[in-house]
Design a binder for this molecule. Sequence first.
Ligand code: ADP
Length: 383
Amino acid sequence: MLAEEKMNILLVDDMPSKILALESVLADLGQNIVKAKSGTEALRYLLQQDFAVILLDVNMPGMDGFETASLIRQRKNSEHTPIIFITAINTNETHVYRGYSLGAVDYIFTPVVPEVLKAKVAVFVDLAKKTQQIRVQAQELARSNRELEEFAYVASHDLQEPLRMVGSYTQLLAQHSKEHLDAEATEYVEVVIKSVKRMHALINDLLEYSRIGRRTKKLTSTNCEDVLQAVMFDLKSLVTETQAKITHDMLPSVMADNSKLYQLFQNLISNALKFHGNRPPKIHVSATLKDGEWIFSVRDNGIGIETCYFDRIFQVFQRLHSSREYPGTGIGLAICKKIAEFHGGRIWLDSEFGIGSTFYFAIPIEKSPLLNESQELAEMEVG
Ligand code: ADP
């Protein structure tokens, strides 16, 4: 069990007798205690392993506790490790402030009160255990998500072939037995063919959805103006048919997978064209920079969505209308959500029923750590 795993505690003091005293107090906690006689030795240990907490003597010959702490903070893998300084009780306040500015989380004054020491260290041990549990759970979740995506990909891919056979043999059967089929039988055949087509569309969309996490390209600086122009060009006939008017503000360049960004814009704009109600669609695309993210918006004057459906519509196969009213498979927005998250961003909407909707998605300027991680994993898969 993970909760039982021992955490490392680092004791740094040049006096063996003081280390011994600390060690005997902390032995009750049942953790793994590592001892260093100098700042240099402590830094060496920090290169090799992670620590739940560091107990650092302020007064050491050579590199003192403050210098050691500042070097600990400069290193990536120990920049957040809690440091408790151990110092004499008569320490003046400026001395204490210096420690805090170097990243100390606490002070323990000598002579050490065993119960206080134990309680303070126990808090950090507990925190480290919980952090580790969360990290393991997140890795487990990412792994099972990848497995699920892989399953969806394989299943939808393998379902296509038998479905194609059902479709083409039904058509052959209908042609072959044309003269023998009465009106009712002909209608049955038509229903089968229509259902095959619909299922084909659903499988294709599911395949598309499960492909998003499988990375094939590196993120590059992508000009959103170009992406939008390409989308508008490809939707030209729909725009003419619906007498739509699409306007847009200046759009920025972002680090993105351009084909995925194209898909995101295309899904949002074609939805805005599709769900237009009685008025010809008026669509406006814009982008604003806020708190390190580009926030894009696609606003329409369509049928609108009731607030209670705001979350549901981003789930796979969730639609608010029958395919007779508005054609579709109910995957478009789930794909948009996945694409936004793939870029380290998010998607949401604002809408007024009967008035119109605005879909927003955010793309961070800096690549998120999550994205880097999934990028590496997927690149490993591809390679
Ligand atoms: P699809 O378009 O295939 O139905 P989506 O996942 O793109 O699937 O959309 C899910 C549902 O969200 C749609 O069926 C529709 O009810 C609603 N919706 C999406 N975009 C809009 C929009 N711009 N205006 C009104 N409703 C929308």
